[in-house]
Ligand binder design. Structure first.
Ligand SMILES: [Zn+2]
Length: 259
């Protein structure tokens, strides 16, 4: 975000008109979005609405990490992909869908798995990370790397009718912020949390949680309202309720305490 901002072009003033009239966003906020580089982990149920809303909002650079291909059973919730994309790389499909929405977003497809070997190099090239991955191994790796690279992490998870979202910036020692490992010190035993394939997920729940995750990413970039850092937002789609609870730092956290 160090480059000086170009003034908005006439078609950008039109495209982002509904942002520009918001006093919380306006021209300066839109410039921050256009200059922002966001890394999305996973182009699935959460990554689909997340990438679509961030691109439509004018985020200038979107990296998308996913090594999977589109399958027919994805389409019930992964709305960035279509029937014609079955069998294609999710990163390619997402890149094309975004190109159809806007020329302002440069998509960088990372068609690979995030590994301990590539995580630092990948994450350090972005300003902020949004995790919508489907396994604990990746979530811990993303958390630990975001902490060591001092990147804000907006994390979301879904299951059946429920979702949860949290923003982690434990690297920022001006606040008493927790990290993901403060919330989940250890992965639950194998098989104790069923994957989407076994438990099911209502598609619109993925849409709500992914869109709200996009809101939290935009909030962190632009800087409006109250950050979700240090809190956990719980969305109960079955009972039509939401709840926000405080998320304290774990004094025995191996990652974010005493470093
Ligand atoms: Zn921690």
């Amino acid at each position: 975000m160090s480059h000086p901002s170009k003034p908005l072009a006439p078609d950008q003033i039109d495209r982002y008109a509904r942002h520009l009239v918001l006093k919380e966003v306006g021209g300066p906020g839109q410039q921050k979005l256009l200059n922002a580089k966001v890394l999305i982990i996973g182009a699935g149920g959460l990554g689909s609405p997340l990438a679509l809303y961030l691109a439509a909002a004018g985020v200038g650079t979107l990296g998308i990490v996913d090594d999977d291909e589109v399958s027919l059973s994805n389409l019930q919730r992964q709305i960035i992909h279509g029937t014609k994309d079955i069998g294609r790389a999710k990163t390619t499909s997402a890149q094309e869908a975004i190109a159809a929405i806007t020329p302002d977003t440069k998509v960088i497809p990372h068609t690979m798995r995030l590994t301990p070997e590539n995580a630092s190099e990948l994450i350090s090239a972005y300003d902020i990370v949004a995790d919508g991955s489907d396994n604990f191994e990746t979530r811990y790796l993303v958390n630990d790397t975001c902490y060591s690279e001092a990147k804000t992490l907006v994390s979301a998870a879904i299951g059946e009718f429920d979702g949860q979202i949290a923003t982690f910036k434990a690297y920022d020692k001006s606040g008493d912020y927790p990290c993901y490992r403060c919330l989940y010190p250890e992965a639950p035993p194998e098989g104790s949390i069923p994957a989407c394939a076994e438990a099911g997920i209502l598609g619109a729940v993925a849409g709500i949680v992914g869109a709200w995750q996009a809101l939290e990413v935009i909030r962190e970039i632009v800087g409006f309202g109250t950050s979700l850092a240090g809190k956990l937002l719980l969305i109960d789609g079955l009972g039509a309720r939401t709840r926000t609870i405080a998320l304290p730092k774990d004094p025995s956290c191996p990652i974010c305490i005493g470093k």
